[in-house]
Design a protein around this ligand. Structure first.
Ligand SMILES: NC(=O)c1ccc[n+]([C@@H]2O[C@H](COP(=O)([O-])OP(=O)(O)OC[C@H]3O[C@@H](n4cnc5c(N)ncnc54)[C@H](OP(=O)(O)O)[C@@H]3O)[C@@H](O)[C@H]2O)c1
Length: 265
């Protein structure tokens, strides 16, 4: 590990780390040398995930709480601050989605998605800033989505939440930059995780999406942690307010459903 990628001696919080993308981010950040506080609601799954990483010699701790509980968000970071006296890295990864045509959508769904994806991110970032500003250093990564910059049907609350996170990322980059703290967004495309259980169950869906991606496949969770570890390291020191797509080229290319190879205008 070269010094610029090393996280030795640093303290990190990764939300939604009990499975999926957050688990691999926690693993990669711990592999780079940080002590990682892993959060999620489900205690058993979180403890098991932390035990798996500890069995590999990594320094991780399970820190269960519900992100939709505002007081719990504040208390969790206060506890880290009290125990460690510092926080170097915050990865706001946890998120939920909800597929609902607008005309059938409920206010409860909107509130739940916003509480988990947006309000919790804001509160954790605020509490993190209180620990980072006095030390003049920090890395905040918000996990967005290709849907932080694009729209889609039947998922308005989620798309709105991720666009909101993109704005928050830029606002925090502007405000915290003078204190030596960067804030960036890691935006995944399609990955095979539990959040996509519903759409993956639809016949032909996975293959249909793959045909639109230049790499012609979905991402695996193991392909995300290295990107997160880079974004929270000193190696990314001049990257601030950026949205980094990790989507196999989906968002930046136009792959048409018909074969256009050799097409002439
Ligand atoms: N997978 C994709 O294709 C994809 C694409 C674009 C963006 N993303 C984004 O990537 C992030 C991670 O997604 P994923 O695919 O890894 O999802 P996942 O497999 O469903 O994992 C979500 C994680 O968040 C935790 N979580 C959910 N609600 C929570 C709450 N209220 N309080 C505390 N923890 C909570 C879950 O644990 P508990 O349920 O136990 O709380 C779990 O650890 C999300 O922000 C998602 O929007 C994913």
């Amino acid at each position: 590990m070269t010094a610029r990628f090393s996280l030795e001696g640093q303290v990190a919080v990764v939300t939604g780390a009990s499975r999926g993308l957050g688990f691999d981010m926690a693993r990669a950040i711990a592999e780079s040398g940080a002590r990682v506080y892993m959060t999620a609601r489900g205690v058993a799954q979180l403890e098991e995930a932390a035990a798996r990483l500890r069995a590999d010699g990594l320094d991780v701790r399970a820190c269960p709480f519900d992100l939709s509980d505002k007081d719990a968000c504040v208390a969790a970071l206060a506890a880290v601050g009290k125990d460690e006296g510092r926080l170097d890295i915050l990865v706001n990864n946890a998120g939920i989605n909800a597929w609902e045509p607008l005309a059938q959508a409920t206010t409860a769904t909107w509130d739940k998605v916003m509480a988990t994806n947006v309000t919790a991110t804001y509160l954790l970032a605020r509490e993190a800033a209180r620990l980072m500003v006095p030390r003049g250093y920090g890395r905040i990564v918000n996990v967005g989505s290709a849907l932080a910059v694009k729209g889609r049907e039947n998922i308005a609350a989620y798309v709105s939440s991720k666009h909101g996170l993109a704005g928050m990322t830029r606002a925090l980059a502007a405000e915290l930059g003078p204190h030596g703290i960067t804030c960036n967004m890691l935006a995944p495309g399609y990955f095979v995780t539990e959040i996509n259980t519903t759409i993956l169950a639809r016949p032909g869906y996975e293959q249909g999406v793959s045909r639109r991606i230049p790499l012609r496949r979905w991402g695996q969770p193991e392909e995300i942690g290295g990107v997160a570890a880079f974004m929270v390291s000193r190696a990314s020191s001049y990257m601030n307010g950026h949205i980094l797509m990790v989507d196999g080229g989906l968002t930046e290319t136009l792959v048409l459903p018909v074969d256009t190879v050799g097409e002439r205008q």
